[in-house]
Design a protein around this ligand. Sequence first.
Ligand code: SF4
Length: 226
Amino acid sequence: MKKIEGETVLRKLEKGIGLGKKSFPLLSSKDAFEILVATVLSQNTTDVNTARTVRRLRDTIGITPNSISKAGLRELKSAIRTSGLYNVKAKVLKKLARIVVKNYGGHIEKVFEKPLEEARNELMSLPGVGPKTADVILLFAGGKKTFPIDTHVFRVSRRLGLIGLRDGYEEARGKLMKTFPSDSYLKTHLLLIEHGRKTCRARKPLCHSCVLLEYCSFGQGLLKKD
Ligand code: SF4
């Protein structure tokens, strides 16, 4: 089995996958607060629902710390009801908006002035913000060199042996940051997600047509069983 290099994964996936804004609603915004709101809304729902809810919230209340902190809770719930768990999410958004107004003067992007790990810890101290959400905001809006890991990135990376089967979020993040060139983190993150959605699916991955099959003992093992 050939040992796989990060640059090879990147090159092979780049050739085979097109990245569109439709597949990644977060790509349509560079506004840190909007990305923060979108990632909260995306929890436990699909990208299609998230994109629809973000549009609706933007058109009704607006997506700024001021507009959300001043909105009535009932009005906010109604605006985001398409995202699921809207009672909880509305309360989280209100809390977040108030903190951003109070502690950052309405500009959460001030956090990007701090060193990466300090900024990350500060974001993770906010309600509803875990390591993945913090990394998404830092990478997408702040252009920081960090690597968010969602369920697709975890699965594909495990199957390819880029991370260990039992690695948690922080271990996996550390390994992927060493594996891929730091100026490719955003692109690699998106390519791994798209590969996980379309080819390396959780159930019945399409290994026979995968551009990474020659490097993947997991996929080759599955094909032998068929
Ligand atoms: S060969 Fe199969 S398991 Fe391996 S990366 Fe490709 S789709 Fe995933």
